[in-house]
Design a protein around this ligand. Structure first.
Ligand SMILES: Nc1ncnc2c1ncn2[C@@H]1O[C@H](COP(=O)(O)OP(=O)(O)OP(=O)(O)O)[C@@H](O)[C@H]1O
Ligand SMILES: [Mg+2]
Length: 264
């Protein structure tokens, strides 16, 4: 499915501020995997997503998605196959456009011959059905500007936009971290529902150690640009939060240093 083979990335190479963010990292995902990723601040978690998404080219190594070598593919071509959500709910939607126009953008991105004008009634019905599944009442607000929505509503809409045309891979970078706890829970359960319904291969960076063990089928820990732990199956099912933190300490020779860490 997704295969990262020995990828490395150093920022500001050859300068005093050179930083190796990815160090010969390899990872293989199976189709339908839902992987949670945890690690200290600066471990390289977001950098892995940026490498997969094509924000920069890796210094060495290869990236395959569904048997296609995407190592040198442009970011916008990768974006057609990879859905991404970020911590900031303001990213991913256009505030001055209406909900229906934002949803129509999904088609526009997939098909450059389409225009934003002339959203058909059939499309509108489809948008309404999809929005109703979010259970936030957005199905009655197709003509509202997205800038008027709350952070949680906007993040749910971004999630819908990222998955309306089923992506090969969904990358969630702390996508609930900026939301209040109740809203974060809601967006998280929507995520589980949408991922399960579309059998979407998903990677999710989180600071919530308990949900990193609970959600999905696999948990990965990163440190210093490397994967130091990769657990699934029975080993993961039996793992408790304190055990996972102890394992992190053992493997990295340091405590998990994360300024937003949540243990429950
Ligand atoms: N574009 C960039 N230019 C220079 N340095 C960068 C860039 N992106 C990331 N880095 C550096 O690479 C390292 C890894 O950063 P990254 O953002 O991947 O960490 P992270 O694991 O996502 O951390 P956090 O939990 O704080 O989000 C850090 O030292 C960071 O400062
Ligand atoms: Mg990050």
């Amino acid at each position: 499915m997704l295969k990262l083979q020995n990828i490395s990335k150093t920022f500001n190479k050859g300068t005093a501020s050179a930083k190796q963010a990815l160090n010969n990292l390899s990872l293989q995902l199976n189709s339908g995997d839902f992987v949670s990723i945890i690690g200290s601040n600066g471990a390289g978690k977001s950098t892995v997503f940026n490498a997969i998404g094509g924000s920069f080219l890796v210094d060495s190594g290869h990236i395959w998605l569904d048997n296609e070598d995407i190592t040198f593919l442009s970011e916008h071509k990768r974006a057609r196959q990879i859905g991404r959500l970020f911590q900031d709910p303001l990213r991913g939607t256009a505030p001055n456009m209406t909900i229906e126009e934002n949803l129509a953008l999904v088609y526009l991105r997939a098909n450059k011959h389409r225009s934003l004008f002339g959203i058909t009634n059939k499309e509108r019905d489809f948008f309404r059905t999809k929005l109703a599944e979010l259970n936030l009442g957005l199905e009655d607000r197709l003509k509202s500007k997205v800038g008027l929505l709350s952070g949680g509503q906007r993040q749910a809409l971004t999630l819908l936009m990222a998955t309306m045309i089923t992506p090969k891979l969904l990358l969630l970078d702390e996508h609930t971290a900026a939301l209040d706890p109740a809203t974060a829970d809601k967006v998280l359960s929507l995520t589980e529902k949408i991922v399960a319904a579309g059998h979407i291969t998903t990677m999710m960076i989180t600071h919530n150690i308990a949900s990193a063990l609970k959600l999905g089928n696999r948990t990965i820990m990163m440190n210093n640009g490397q994967i130091i732990l990769d657990i699934s199956g029975e080993e993961r099912a039996k793992m408790t939060v304190p055990q996972l933190l102890a394992l992190f300490k053992e493997k990295s020779q340091a405590a998990l240093d994360d300024d937003r860490i949540l243990l429950v």
